[in-house]
Design a protein around this ligand. Structure first.
Ligand SMILES: Nc1ncnc2c1ncn2[C@@H]1O[C@H](COP(=O)(O)OP(=O)(O)O)[C@@H](O)[C@H]1O
Ligand SMILES: [Mg+2]
Length: 405
């Protein structure tokens, strides 16, 4: 339904993403402004027919100066009345919250944003809500870190609080190794936490939320754990969990607990869990208030017909007025495979199963999505393709290209 009164939406995108969000916002009748990185000016292919105005921020490796960004947005606000301010990339969340607070624009503020960006804040909040989480400690007080290593058996992971795509994560087996890494961090230490490594299957739930209610949620299971793929190289896969299976139900339950404990009022979320190998217990790994990285939205759309980016635009524009409803969805199963390829233009024409519904068009990458009513068939195809892709194309996938980020 078109908006009764056109709203003005400012999207922040330090990286190029969220085309479907911008297109849907325009389709809904909004005035759409995009603030993006100067370094993308000549390379990004933004859907210009959906954008009324594009403004570039000078950046150093996609990072913007806070004060300069505020100045730019305040300057724009002399002639625009921003009704919505939406971060399209994970790294834009804090900036968006900071600007909303300053300009008094509705939406998630700085306190809640922390729980969806800062891995330490999400751990601490989850702990107070008695969710199952790996034991953890902030790398701040060394005595506390020592106590942790005495109390919690290794291996542990040392991880940055604010990064994604498994960047900067170290899995360590001894206290000596841990301290070597910690000491090497110098003044960066307080930006890290250490947690217990829990062997298991890494899963994710991708949700749409409005009025503090999860209106749509799809549980999926990664193939090999993202940490292994990003650091050991290899093929990334994920697929929808079997509908109604105990794992799917458990993931949906935990997802509900996490999002309500952390306070997501509306929007979308990509939340990850570990299903422990030892006993099947589900641990909360991390969450975010954004669409899952790279092609998870294509996977979800393939299986359900729901595009998370487009729905997010509708939820944001509705702004909690009660008018948003999720469209009817399908219940197919689907799987996604992504690998870096040695060949610049890898040729996948010999991959011919009728279940292939999408192929990635990106240099030095192979990516496929398969769809079937049968969960088992999707698994078979992914296993087979993972084997074949390894032989035909395989190279190591760089972390930022990981769909799990
Ligand atoms: N406590 C843990 N136990 C087991 N594996 C973990 C743990 N923490 C992280 N990992 C591994 O590292 C990956 C990335 O960690 P995560 O916390 O999701 O950060 P990122 O934002 O980089 O994705 C996970 O997908 C998983 O493979
Ligand atoms: Mg992750």
């Amino acid at each position: 339904m078109p908006l009764a009164q056109p709203l003005t939406l400012l999207a922040l995108a330090s990286y190029e993403k969220g085309h479907r969000f911008l297109q849907e916002a325009k389709r809904q009748g909004a005035r759409v402004l995009l603030l993006t990185s100067e370094s993308l000016r000549h390379t990004a292919h933004w859907p210009m027919d959906a954008i009324d105005e594009i403004v570039y921020m000078p950046d150093v490796e996609k990072k913007w100066n806070r004060q300069h960004t505020l100045n730019t947005v305040a300057y724009l606000a002399r002639r625009e009345q921003f009704d919505r301010l939406v971060p399209l990339d994970d790294f834009d969340l804090e900036m968006a919250a900071f600007l909303r607070e300053h300009l008094r624009i509705p939406g998630m503020g700085e306190t809640t944003t922390r729980y969806f960006r800062d891995k330490l804040a999400m751990r601490m909040k989850a702990q107070t809500a008695a969710l199952s989480i790996p034991q953890f400690v902030h790398v701040l007080n060394h005595q506390k870190v020592h106590e942790f290593t005495e109390r919690v058996p290794p291996p542990w992971v040392l991880k940055p609080r604010f990064l994604a795509g498994a960047i900067g994560i170290h899995k360590v087996g001894t206290a000596e190794e841990l301290w070597r890494h910690i000491n090497g961090l110098g003044d960066e230490q307080s930006y890290y936490l250490v947690e217990q490594f829990i062997p298991g299957e890494i899963c994710h739930v991708d949700s749409i939320v409005d009025h503090d209610q999860i209106l749509f949620a799809v549980p999926s299971r990664y193939g090999r754990p993202p940490l292994e793929v990003s650091q050991g190289g290899g093929i990334f896969t994920t697929r929808l969990a079997e509908r109604g299976s105990p794992v799917a139900q458990g993931l949906l339950r935990q997802n509900q607990l996490v999002l309500s404990a952390l306070g997501l009022k509306r929007g979308v979320s990509h939340t990850e869990f570990i299903v422990a190998q030892a006993d099947g217990k589900i641990y909360f790994l991390e969450t975010s208030a954004r669409v899952g990285g790279a092609h998870i939205s294509d996977l979800v759309e393939t299986a359900t017909g729901i595009n998370l980016w487009a729905e997010w635009a509708k939820v944001e524009l509705a702004g909690g007025d009660g008018s948003y409803a999720v469209p009817p969805s399908r219940t197919d199963s689907a799987g996604l495979l992504v690998s870096l390829a040695q060949q610049e233009r890898p040729d996948t024409t010999s991959y011919q199963d009728p279940e292939i519904v999408w192929r990635m068009d990106k240099r030095h990458h192979v990516g496929l999505i398969v769809r079937s009513p049968s969960y088992e068939r999707v698994g078979e195809l992914l296993d087979e393709y993972a084997r074949r892709v390894k032989v035909d194309f395989s190279a190591v996938l760089p972390p930022r290209a990981l769909p799990s980020d």
